[in-house]
Design a protein around this ligand. Structure first.
Ligand code: ADP
Ligand code: MG
Length: 540
């Protein structure tokens, strides 16, 4: 409860500065109890009679106080009590002597504050004052013979002691107000620091969020821009703030529509999230949730975005895989059924060819016709074979193998084909590259890629197979100098997509499936004169 000295001194000074206020306060008190000139005169007339009793009154005053534990405990020891008694004697002297002016008031208030400071409870102070009052009045009563003078003296004592009580009450009130103000200040400081802490914490959360968090005003001007926004837009916060939000995040052709959405949100409506490709982001897709935030200066729009690029790709892949799975199951059954009669028909055709060759070699070119039929049937068998590979993939039988050896065997296998097509096939590698693979299936991958390359370049073309390591991956690259892909977004990995008159459109689908099953990925870069298919396989 005790106020510390520094604060105490500062507050007293504040009060002294408000001299006018204090004076008015004491004057008003005096007016209220009707304390006038004649009271002063009456009190002064009592000094001589009362002075001899001051010490005994003071002793009694402190004896009474020390009867109560709460009151006694505020005194530090007999020396302090002695000092207090002496000052109470002086206090009584002044009570009768006056002058009862501003300086008097200030001094009394200081003494009162001292009592507050040492923690003397006001109820003891007040009741003990009654002791002084009664003692003084008894002395006055005994020392004055004239009844009128006696009444004046008793009245004056009553008034001055009431004034003293009022001053004391005021000092307790001041202390109480100080205490409340201190608590208020402490509470305010506590709340401020809590607020600062929680603000910092929320800011941190918003900064660390994997979402794009941004706000913009009614004109669409960015006000807030978190670091994820910086990453995705490539704009520093300072550059973004003040620019239109839609310019940064919405493709031009969609801006009008998105602005309409924003208007609806500002009008208090809920709208479905807007999803689009962010213009300056390498084609990343963002799903924006638009809401309003109330602020002192009107509502601002808050857009929280989630990068859904991967999610979208995954959903696309899943959809494709599901479609292929059902299509594949059905078609694989059909292909399987075709294979048997096809084999039987091939065998019969061979018999026919032999007989024709032996018995009637030149009947109207029929031998040539059977050769054509045989070629077509071979193609059909090839289609069935590829299709079954694609639609009914066998589980991988992984084992540790040197990809370099695998690739080199494959090159030897297709070399005759390349020569027949008039294409130069090269192989480059930087040494052994171990990996967990299904060798037969990886050969299939390389075969499909190299065949496509040979078919793309045609006579006089160059095809190169390269093997190299990059980080955790082994890269297999097949490059050719053919005309390149028919278009940049041709769905070349989709089954049955082909630009060749005799193509099946299954080669790259098979490549994709096998590489994915190995936990790898396949990419293509293509322009006229240079097409590179890259297969990345994990090297561990
Ligand atoms: P197919 O070879 O039977 O057409 P693929 O799945 O192997 O089926 O290839 C699909 C399509 O991809 C080809 O028809 C062709 O348009 C394109 N393509 C594949 N490889 C190349 C390449 N090296 N250069 C140009 N286009 C290619
Ligand atoms: Mg092919």
């Amino acid at each position: 409860m005790l106020l510390n000295d520094a604060r105490w001194r500062r507050d007293s000074r504040d009060r002294d500065k408000r001299g006018l206020v204090s004076e008015a306060f004491f004057d008003e008190l005096k007016r209220y109890v009707r304390f006038g000139e004649e009271d002063g005169v009456a009190l002064r007339a009592l000094v001589a009679a009362t002075r001899p009793h001051f010490r005994s009154i003071s002793d009694e005053f402190y004896r009474r106080l020390s009867e109560h534990d709460d009151a006694r405990n505020v005194f530090t020891g007999p020396e302090q009590v002695e000092r207090l008694k002496v000052s109470l004697v002086g206090w009584m002297e002044e009570l009768f002597q006056g002058p009862w002016d501003e300086a008097y008031y200030q001094k009394r208030a200081r003494i009162g504050r001292m009592h507050v400071r040492v923690g003397l409870q006001q109820r003891y102070m007040f009741t003990a004052m009654n002791l002084i009052r009664t003692a003084m009045q008894r002395i006055a009563h005994g020392s004055l013979a004239d009844e009128a003078a006696r009444q004046r003296a008793l009245g004056a004592i009553g008034k001055i002691v009431d004034l003293e009580l009022a001053i004391m009450l005021e000092t307790y009130r001041e202390a109480f107000v100080d205490q409340v103000q201190l608590l208020e200040r402490q509470e305010k400081a506590r709340l401020q620091s809590e607020l600062a802490f929680s603000e910092a914490r929320y800011e941190e959360i918003v900064e660390r969020a994997w979402s794009l968090v941004t706000t913009f005003d009614e004109q669409g001007t960015v006000r807030f821009f978190n670091s994820r926004c910086e990453e995705l837009s490539g704009l520093a916060r300072a550059q973004a703030i003040g620019r239109p939000w839609s310019e940064i995040f919405v493709p031009e052709e969609e801006r009008r529509e998105v602005l309409r959405l924003c208007e609806r949100v500002l009008g208090g409506q809920r709208v479905a999230p807007y999803e689009g490709k962010a213009p300056h982001s390498d084609g990343r897709r963002v799903r924006w949730h638009l809401t309003t935030l109330p602020t002192g200066a009107g509502p601002v729009l808050c857009a929280i975005g989630i990068d859904v690029t991967e999610e979208r790709e995954l959903a696309g892949r899943t959809r494709r895989a599901e479609r292929l799975a059902s299509l594949g199951t059905m078609a694989a059954g059909l292909a399987h059924e075709i294979r048997n009669p096809l084999n039987a028909a091939s065998l019969q055709l061979t018999v026919v060819q032999r007989r024709l060759a032996r018995d009637a070699p030149d009947v109207a070119g029929s031998l040539e016709a059977t050769r054509l039929v045989a070629t077509e049937m071979k193609r059909l068998a090839q289609l069935v074979q590829e299709f079954l590979q694609f639609a009914r993939p066998q589980p991988l039988t992984l084992r540790r193998a040197d990809l370099c050896a695998t690739a080199s065997e494959l090159v030897q296998l297709v070399q005759p084909e390349a020569e027949a097509a008039g294409v130069e096939l090269g192989f480059q590698h930087a040494g052994a590259s171990e990996s967990q693979i299904d060798e037969e299936k990886i050969k299939q991958v390389l075969l499909n890629l190299v065949r496509n390359a040979i078919e793309a370049t045609g006579r006089g073309g160059h095809v190169e197979l390269r093997l190299r390591s990059e980080g955790e991956n082994v890269l297999l690259e097949v490059e050719d100098d053919g005309p390149g892909l028919s278009s940049a977004d041709a769905p070349i990995f989709e089954p049955f997509f082909t630009t060749k008159s005799a193509g099946t459109g299954l080669g790259l689908s098979i490549v994709h499936r096998i590489v994915s099953d190995h936990g790898g990925r396949v990419e293509v870069q293509s322009r006229a004169g240079r097409t590179v298919f890259t297969v990345a396989l994990p090297s561990s």
